[in-house]
Design a protein around this ligand. Sequence first.
Ligand code: ZLS
Ligand code: CA
Ligand code: ZN
Length: 373
Amino acid sequence: MSKRRVTYYYDPDTGAYTYGLGHLMKPHRVSVTHELVNAYDMLGQMHVLKPRRATPESMTAFHTDEYIHFLNRVTPETVEEMTGHGSRFLVGDDNPAFEGVFEFCSISAGGSICASERIADGSADIAINWAGGLHHAKKREASGFCYINDIVLGILELLRTYPRVLYIDIDCHHGDGVEEAFYTTDRVMTCSFHKFGEYFPGTGTQEDRGRGKGKGYSINVPLKDGITDEAFQSVFDPIIAKILEVYRPSAVVLQCGADSLAGDRLGCFNITMEGHAHCVQFLRKYNIPLILLGGGGYTVKNVVRVWAYETACALGIEADIDPNLPWNSYFEWFGPRYRLEVLENNMEDLNVRDGLLDKIRITALQQLQELAP
Ligand code: ZLS
Ligand code: CA
Ligand code: ZN
């Protein structure tokens, strides 16, 4: 497999931020991923850059001035008084006003914006930002552990150069913030695979297809609990192949949310590390400029495994990776097997009942066929 020029964005401060004790979202997983990527000697095989932090002004390319102003000033101490006066930017306990929340967001968003610039100026074939992928953030509101939508900001940057951008989202949750941002344009096609039915955020049916000029350019693949690698591939491969055929994107952004892995604390799928990474391998083959972003993922040791492995896939060296984990400062986390693997469990796949998955695939392919000339 031929080589690709890979740029990897990482800020060593990322792991220092915490959403608070007992919160499921752990920025530290990005630092542990970096540690494993280093232990596998991958850093010397790609451009490793620290992203510029996104400025408040750059964030207003998508978010409202009022929301950015609020986020830039809020602290755990002032959140209550600031949240009065009719402004409700942080709702519920999914999105706490933690210490350094704005800096954390500027690192996450800075990485995705820089990744887009790097792709658009032609100096990389693949750019990676594991601190990005925060797909729920809305124009004027935080949602689902996401405050700033780094993905929307990154795609807006790509649109300065490219006519059409494809966004693919394999996080277990619906990529609602990105879908909403581009719902009425045909310059971005969004495609989310997600658990649907009594599950956050509750959107993303196959009837939600975009509006106006964007009609047909939002694709949703709603799934049930327990989907396995084989079943997932049976929808992912043909749907993505069809999108690439009819839409011919000039760049692809892949949100690699790792809560779709088997055994995730919040997710409910049964996908292995290889099944997840298959999505990266599949897209890499097409040789279209590609951006890989993080996202969800709540069983930290598995998130770290899959993102490290997907970094190897971007480099095209996954066949040479030792399945026994190299020594690293978190080695004891990876017991009892100490292997680069996320295994399937014995949960039932509710997707294959009554030919449900076949219907979903057929519907999506029909919807895409309507876009063909
Ligand atoms: O896609 O379901 C909800 C909203 C609630 C129920 C949970 N409570 C806490 C708030 C109100 C209706 N929220 C989801 C958000 C899932 C976000 C996924 C993000 C992503 O992976 C991309 C990064 C949700 N599911 C589970 C929780 N929230 C949740 C469970 C337990 C806790 C602890 C920490 C925090 C507050 C108590 C929390 C959230
Ligand atoms: Ca998704
Ligand atoms: Zn998620």
